[in-house]
Design a protein around this ligand. Structure first.
Ligand code: ADP
Ligand code: ZN
Ligand code: ZN
Length: 747
């Protein structure tokens, strides 16, 4: 048997990971060591023994074998926060495919120039009128950072109780520098308070503690049930299915408070785009300086600082995106994951983990409870709830008033038949005119997400689909249509195979074109547009939303960016211009995504006291994702979608592993993918492809993808292990193989 050597990392910090030491594996431990294991090794001269972690095991010795020292023994696992994170990384490496170093780098904070971000708060000293005039002045001078800060302050000052604003939020989320803050201090608009002055944010503002909402009976039942389980030592996973505004966040906060009282910490995951200022202030109001927020705008140093505070026990609650899972808390009691269905919970870098699964794993390591929440739960989560793996709770009533809007579905085929070639149906035109006349606001929404150039007939709605995969075919540059799962391809037809119409084409309207057409139709309407083009600069996103909230425009046109976050009480009309765009993306999740987007979009109308109305335009009015979204019927949608997943063998009915091959040469990439496919035992799993990826070439790198399907996740892990080993041994330097389990997007 050949000798084995292991790369051991003795100083477990993000920066030292690339400098492992090699040790010989003693005979007794041969074939027993796995990446992530904790071992004892001799270190330096003399008899120092250190604990280290295994990164990799191989048969090659990079140095002189005679002088390579031997591992002493397998050590006890470290039970502290870092030890648990290493254990989590080892699990992630195996579960999702990556090197141990990549996995460790994902969970350990990078220490770079630590810039102390002390806990400071900003308190507003001016009244609304004074703030307004200052804002006007800054706008004239085009001081964008100042405008941003003043807009946020104004928003805040419209609340009844003024609360100090956390400084970290101002620099982090608003991207406002210290000098801008100082200029407002000089102008007498605000005051900066330090932690010492700040104990209770409400007391500082001279108000009294905000009235706690008495939990509704339904909310209280949920809280009581979870806590009873918790106190019994029964740490479970729960799924809270509740429409927007049904009081989910209030439930989260009550549970977090209870868990913190018992001496544990809590992690709250919220997709960054959904973490509004109001939500954040509710957490600050409740937990004061025991809560901290991380977001992608924080520098590495600031993130490191937050981790240090967590280690020192200075905070009990962390709020953030998926990476907040890796906050080094000693005793996690509860992990909350809001908007559980969001795609941003899946990492796009190896290891390509899903925060939902990692949260459950982490909770196991700590003995914590997990609570998922969503208005439109993912098929995965809802299926687990049905199988009893998660306990399901539902909240069905909106607590803030407002009524669910009336929804009408417009058949675009009939519009065409009756001679209306405009992108606005007659119904939408009538309602837009009505809202403009009444001075109410409208939102027009183009759901381009996942749009991959599908081809459909404008005469009859027929969509070209893959005969093997039941997903839409996408148009390629060479005039052919292709399936991105299996590689099936066919020439693009000249006329519709179903009705013979020559109006068979990809849907090309963009938001800019919609804006132009709308201006032609309503020349006096004040229109704002939000898409990738208008939000290039950091502040434009907030600026457009604030302008619309301040009623500086009648209509907001946008992509899916506009359906989340802000509440606009004056919006009484929502128009979805082409529901088909997301419906026919060549992706098995396109029905689910459409249902979620439509549900969110429709829910934007009628948040205030005025009743709302929504119009969904589509070529496929009979499609279940559309009819159930129009009826706001999640259960109905879930049943039908699950059937589709079962028939197609898609998650959650089965599992799917995407094997991505990156290569500088098209031929070589395709060949490597072919050789990888040949390694797979096809009696165990189903193999699709290889086929060019949706984006077949990016930055001169060719991308090929291979899909492997099985009902048994463990089988896919075996395939991954085989392919990982093959790629390590046979792939060229410039070729790369990556793995994506149950991918969120068509790759
Ligand atoms: P979700 O997270 O489901 O969108 P929230 O928890 O944010 O719902 O609640 C929506 C609104 O209802 C908030 O303004 C909140 O203050 C209010 N609210 C929540 N629970 C109650 C309650 N028990 N009584 C009165 N108002 C409540
Ligand atoms: Zn047709
Ligand atoms: Zn196919």
């Amino acid at each position: 048997m050949p000798e084995q050597y292991a790369d051991i990392i003795v100083d477990i910090s993000h920066e030292k990971l690339d400098r492992p030491f090699q040790y010989r594996v003693p005979a007794a431990l041969r074939d027993r060591l796995e990446p992530g294991m904790c071992v004892e090794v001799p270190f330096g001269n003399g008899n120092r023994r250190l604990k280290g972690y295994v990164l990799r095991v191989g048969t090659e010795c990079a140095f002189d074998p005679a002088r390579t020292k031997e591992i002493l023994q397998i050590a006890e696992k470290d039970a502290d926060a870092t030890g648990k994170l290493v254990e989590l990384a080892a699990w992630m490496r195996r579960q999702y495919g990556s090197t141990m170093i990549q996995a460790l780098k994902t969970v350990l904070p990078a220490k770079r120039s630590v810039q102390k971000l002390s806990h400071k708060y900003v308190r507003i000293l001016m009244n609304r009128e004074e703030l307004r005039s200052l804002l006007g002045e800054s706008m004239r001078r085009k001081q964008t950072a100042k405008v941003r800060l003043l807009t946020a302050l104004l928003e805040q000052s419209s609340e009844q109780e003024l609360q100090p604003i956390p400084y970290a939020w101002i620099v982090g989320k608003l991207h406002v520098s210290a000098s801008t803050v100082n200029s407002l201090v000089k102008a007498g608009a605000i005051q900066v308070l330090s932690t010492e002055e700040y104990r209770n944010p409400v007391r500082i503002a001279g108000g009294k503690a905000p009235e706690r909402n008495r939990l509704s009976e339904d909310q209280q039942t949920i809280v009581d049930t979870v806590l009873a389980d918790f106190d019994r030592g029964d740490k479970k996973c729960y799924l809270l299915h509740g429409i927007t505004g049904s009081g989910k966040t209030e439930v989260y906060m009550a549970l977090i408070e209870a868990v913190v009282e018992r001496g544990y910490q809590a992690i709250v995951l919220i997709p960054e785009i959904a973490l509004t200022y109001q939500t954040l202030m509710r957490f600050y109001g409740r937990f004061g300086d025991r809560v901290s927020v991380i977001n992608s705008n924080l520098s590495a140093g600031e993130k490191y600082d937050q981790c240090e505070r967590a280690k020192r026990g200075e905070i009990d609650v962390i709020i953030g995106p998926r990476s907040a899972l890796f906050t080094p808390f000693a005793r996690i009691g509860l992990i909350v994951m809001d908007e559980e269905h969001e795609g941003s919970y899946k990492s796009e870098n190896a290891p390509k983990y899903h925060a939902r699964e990692v949260a459950i794993r982490l909770a196991k390591l700590h003995g914590a409870s997990v609570l998922f929440g969503s208005a439109t739960p993912s098929l995965e989560a809802y299926a687990k709830a049905e199988q009893g793996e998660y306990q399901l709770f539902t909240l069905t009533k909106r607590l803030t008033g407002g009524t669910l809007p009336h929804v009408s579905v417009v058949d675009l085929r009939q519009e065409l038949a009756s001679g209306n070639r405009s992108i606005f149906s007659m119904r939408l035109q009538t309602l837009l005119a009505d809202r403009l006349q009444k001075g109410q606001q409208s939102m027009l929404f183009l759901n381009r997400r996942g749009y991959a150039g599908f081809v459909s007939c404008r005469g009859c709605g027929y969509v070209m689909k893959c005969p093997h995969c039941d997903v839409s075919l996408s148009e390629h540059g060479n005039g052919r249509l292709m399936c991105h799962y299996c590689g099936y391809s066919a020439p693009k037809p000249k006329v519709c195979p179903s009705c013979g119409s020559k109006y068979i084409l990809g849907f090309r309207a963009g938001t800019q074109q919609i804006e132009e057409k709308l201006r032609e139709l309503f020349p006096t309407a004040r229109i704002l547009r939000m898409d990738r083009d208008t939000t290039r600069t950091k502040d434009s996103y907030t600026q457009i939303l604030s302008a619309f909230a301040n009623e500086e425009a009648d209509v907001l046109i946008g992509t899916q960016m506009i359906v989340k976050g802000h509440d606009f009480p004056k919006v009484t009309l929502v128009g979805v211009l082409a529901a088909d765009l997301s419906l026919s993306a060549g992706d098995f999740r396109s029905g689910e995504r459409t249902f979620q987007l439509l549900t969110q979009a429709v829910g934007r109308a009628g948040r205030g006291s005025l009743p709302g109305e929504a119009v969904i335009q589509t070529y496929q009015p009979e499609h279940y994702a559309i009819t159930y979204a129009a009826a706001q019927d999640y259960e109905g949608f879930y049943r039908e979608e699950l059937l589709y997943r079962e028939l197609g063998g898609y998650p959650p009915a089965a599992h799917m592993l995407a094997v991505q091959v990156f290569s500088g040469e098209e031929q070589a990439g395709m060949q490597l993918a072919g050789r990888l496919a040949a390694q797979i035992d096809k009696s165990q799993v189903q193999v699709l492809g290889p086929a060019p990826a949706t984006i077949g070439k990016l930055n001169d790198v060719y991308r090929t993808v291979l899909y492997v399907k099985s009902a048994d996740y463990a089988k896919l892990i075996q395939v991954k292990d085989v392919l990982e080993a093959y790629a390590a041994a046979h792939a060229e330097e410039k070729e790369q193989v990556q793995f994506d389990f149950d991918p969120m997007n068509c790759i």
